[in-house]
Design a protein around this ligand. Structure first.
Ligand code: NAD
Length: 277
């Protein structure tokens, strides 16, 4: 048996067409502002991928490499600018604490990557919120491929603020029975083997092998890791895909869907801003 492939590139193309149509209907193109300090390759790559994705749906975007001084004023100006629908602070900053503090200044209504404590709190309380894009990409994938989660035992490996925790909250809101595993979990394999849906966001290449899954499982891999010159997930795709029901590949699974989620939330923000008060 070979698993059904949950193709993120195909899903991203569909989302691109839908979002493009929504942007076309707007009288003025909304803007997405991405702020970074220029010190991190990861942040630059994220900004570039968002800019490319934005261009693909006709959304204006600008990647602002911070002024060094005056970040607070910059965020304040973006918050006040009616042409800016979304603000992303691409982490990490060289001064990690400063980068985090900057996020707290974003207007929660323009926080299209769900990074502010306000949105994290709303999500944790089960209230409507902007959500971190990767977590939302997991849910978009589950919904697009018709994978049931209500009443199902879903195991999430990882508890970070950007993936594991928000994924768990979103699944809980969809009536899943959620188990969260992390570095201190004693018997991770015992938990993952019981998962009907397994979501992995551990940042550890090929952590999940075939002995850690059950044959009826749907496996969603958020991992992006460099290994021997290749990009691999947190799941050993070659070994696990023959023994489960469905699986996302890496690359080509959650990765391409993630920028689409920032764009979707930016379009939502723009539509809300344009709606009569
Ligand atoms: P993180 O390092 O912040 O968190 C990792 C989590 O996994 C921690 O909670 C840790 O306790 C847990 N963990 C690590 N090793 C474990 C183990 N052996 N057993 C059980 N739990 C373990 O990482 P993150 O930012 O959440 O990212 C996770 C992965 O997702 C990374 O590979 C990252 O590159 C990827 N990621 C992908 C996207 C995307 O767009 N697809 C976006 C963000 C992160």
């Amino acid at each position: 048996m070979t698993a059904r492939l949950l193709d993120g590139r195909e899903l991203a193309s569909r989302l691109r067409r839908e979002l493009s149509a929504r942007v076309d209907r707007m009288p003025d193109s909304p803007r997405l502002a991405i702020v970074r300090d220029g010190s991190s390759d990861a942040a630059s790559l994220y900004a570039a991928s968002l800019e490319r994705a934005a261009a693909g749906i006709g959304l204006m975007s600008e990647s602002i490499v911070g002024p060094g001084e005056g970040y607070d004023e910059l965020i304040g100006a973006l918050n006040a600018d009616p042409s800016v629908a979304g603000i992303v602070v691409a982490q990490p900053f060289a001064d990690v604490a400063a980068g985090r503090r900057l996020v707290e200044l974003i207007d929660p209504m323009k926080d299209v990557d769900g990074a502010t404590p306000t949105n994290a709190g709303r999500l944790a309380r089960g209230e409507p919120a902007f959500v971190p894009a990767t977590a939302l990409a997991v849910i978009a994938t589950i919904e697009a491929f018709g994978i049931p989660v209500a009443g199902q035992r879903v195991v999430v490996v990882g508890r970070s603020a950007v993936v594991g925790r928000p994924v768990a909250s979103l699944l809980l809101a969809r009536d899943a029975t959620v188990v969260i595993c992390h570095r201190a979990t004693r018997h991770v394999a015992r938990e993952t083997r019981r998962a009907e849906v397994l979501v992995v966001a551990a940042g550890s290449p090929k952590l999940i092998g075939p002995e850690m899954v059950n044959p009826s499982a749907v496996v969603i891999d958020c991992g992006i890791n460099a290994l021997d010159g290749r990009v691999v997930g947190d799941v050993d795709f070659e070994a696990v895909s023959p023994v489960v029901r469905a699986i996302t590949p890496v690359p080509g699974g959650i990765g391409p869907v993630t920028p689409m989620m920032v764009l979707r939330q930016t379009v939502e923000s723009a539509e809300r801003m344009a709606a009569p008060a």
